[in-house]
Ligand binder design. Structure first.
Ligand code: PGA
Length: 253
């Protein structure tokens, strides 16, 4: 009923040459995946056009890791959604905790980016998640709910249908520390409940919610077995084609 999705966030890794090799391996191994699993890779901007071209017509889709908050104009160094679309990429990761932390991305900025992405016909992968202090203070549900409300609650029902959500507890990203399957499930269920309130059952039940944060081949089976987990946003393990594909094979049969 919901799409099963595994997306690889390469972050600031790989030269173009390395990226070409990795994408070719992922593409080849992806042939062995069940038809209904959607596979996305998010390389650096510099690789988008080359990789989207190589992967065209295949199983693997291409995403950027960010976009500008403006349509076009005098914004030196920025990359617009139109530019991303023109490379053949189909998705845009937005609101990753590294963007929020190191680049000061606020809900206000993210709302502009999400809207631009949707307006141009691309699919946002909207990230949310709490930091360790917030979890320790038992504020994680409230923090994630606010992140969702401040951005996604400004969308129409029609727009929300084209959004993918990624829950990434910040304390689990790149740390080797993973949320337990139960912690992932309870947050995903909470996010879906928020969506039900604002957009109704049909939209909420059709929205894919991915888990991210040290998701690896050895823990993906347990995490993906949870009813509200619809896949993963994978960082470190997406840089190894075999691991990335093993994760994509971890959905319950
Ligand atoms: P990780 O990163 O899998 O390396 O923890 C996940 C992410 O930041 O998307």
């Amino acid at each position: 009923m919901r799409k099963q999705i595994v997306a690889g966030n390469w972050k600031m890794n790989t030269t173009l040459e390395d990226g070409l090799k990795l994408a070719a391996q992922v593409n080849e191994l992806s042939q062995s995946l069940p038809q209904d699993v959607e596979l996305i890779i998010a390389p650096p901007f510099t690789h988008l056009h080359t990789l989207a071209n190589k992967l065209q017509g295949g199983k693997v889709k291409v995403s950027s890791q960010n976009c500008a908050a403006w349509d076009k104009g005098a914004y030196t160094g920025e990359i617009s959604v139109d530019m991303i679309a023109s490379t053949g990429a189909s998705h845009v990761i937005l609101g990753h905790s590294e963007r929020r932390e190191y680049f000061g991305e606020t809900s206000e900025i993210l709302l502009k980016k999400v809207k631009l992405t949707l307006d141009k016909g691309l699919t946002p992968i909207f990230c949310c998640g709490e930091v360790l202090d917030e979890r320790d203070a038992n504020r994680h549900f409230e923090v994630v709910q606010t992140q969702i409300e401040e951005v996604l609650f400004n969308l129409t029902e029609g727009e929300m249908k084209n959004v993918i959500i990624a829950y990434e507890p910040v304390w689990a990203i790149g740390t080797g520390r993973t949320a337990t399957p139960e912690q992932a499930q309870e947050m995903h269920a909470h996010i879906r409940k928020c969506l039900v309130k604002k957009f109704g059952n049909a939209v909420a039940n059709a929205t894919s919610i991915l888990y991210g944060g040290s998701c690896k081949p050895d823990n993906a089976v347990e995490i993906f077995a949870k009813p509200d987990v619809d896949g993963g946003l994978i960082g470190g393990a997406s840089l190894k084609a075999e691991d990335f594909i093993a994760i994509a094979k971890s959905f319950p049969k």
